[in-house]
Design a protein around this ligand. Structure first.
Ligand code: CA
Length: 224
């Protein structure tokens, strides 16, 4: 899952990036409204976390334009503007949720997970597919009831394949969900993570889909 952060406060931005990465999200961070709008237009994000008071374009205007372009990406507003009118305006121009500063990063992560869950049409907080069970909040996964010892990227890869409910995903798309713009990525990084996951689960747990990429194995997939 990939998050776009639009925040001009450097120390706050660093804190949010760290918290999101610990939550196994890939994060791209820009520091003004115009860059946020441009990045959101390029697409590929599962969620946008956006400050309201931003240089080069106010957050409210950025939300307006994102929605005017028909982009349905979930938007979580972060703002020190405590006046109820600002919250109302943010929500009414198309934001999905609001968190006032200062905030607790645990609450931020819980809201991010809830928004992603809702946008993917799930009510259950955990992901299940046959013998595989994944808890995005606890960052834990089990296979036939046995706890799995996964790296952050392996967890993120499993999560994104489970969100696809067995539909194949291209390597490039998977990679976008695992790494931000500024991270060094080996060209075979996704293949390496898939190899490790197959060792930790079983070889058939992740299918290679010729000409496309990878999909979750063919075991008891959840209803779409
Ligand atoms: Ca600001």
């Amino acid at each position: 899952m990939r998050v776009l952060l639009v925040e001009d406060d450097v120390s706050l931005g660093e804190g949010v990036c760290t918290a999101l990465r610990r939550g196994a999200f890939a994060v791209d961070w820009v520091q003004d409204g115009a860059s946020g709008l441009a990045a959101a237009r390029d697409g590929g994000f599962d969620l946008v976390v956006l400050d309201l008071g931003l240089p080069h374009m106010d957050g409210i205007e950025a939300i307006r334009r994102i929605r005017a372009a028909g982009n349905a990406v979930p938007i979580l507003v972060l703002s020190a503007r405590e006046r109820p009118a600002d919250r109302t305006l943010g929500l009414d121009v198309g934001a999905d949720d609001y968190l006032g500063k200062p905030f607790d990063t645990a609450e931020l992560l819980a809201r991010v997970r809830a928004l992603i869950r809702r946008s993917s049409g799930r009510a259950q907080p955990t992901l299940e597919a046959g013998p595989l069970r994944l808890d995005p909040a606890a960052l834990t996964a089990t296979w036939h009831g046995r706890g799995l010892d996964l790296t952050r990227r392996e967890f993120a890869l499993l999560r994104v394949l489970m969100e696809q409910r067995g539909r194949p995903m291209a390597r490039d798309a998977i990679q976008q969900h695992l790494y931000g713009w500024n991270e060094d990525v080996a060209s075979n990084a996704v293949d390496v993570h898939v190899h490790q996951l197959r060792r930790k689960l079983e070889p058939g747990a992740i299918r290679t889909v010729r000409g496309i990429g990878y999909a979750l194995g063919d075991f008891g997939l959840p209803a779409p």
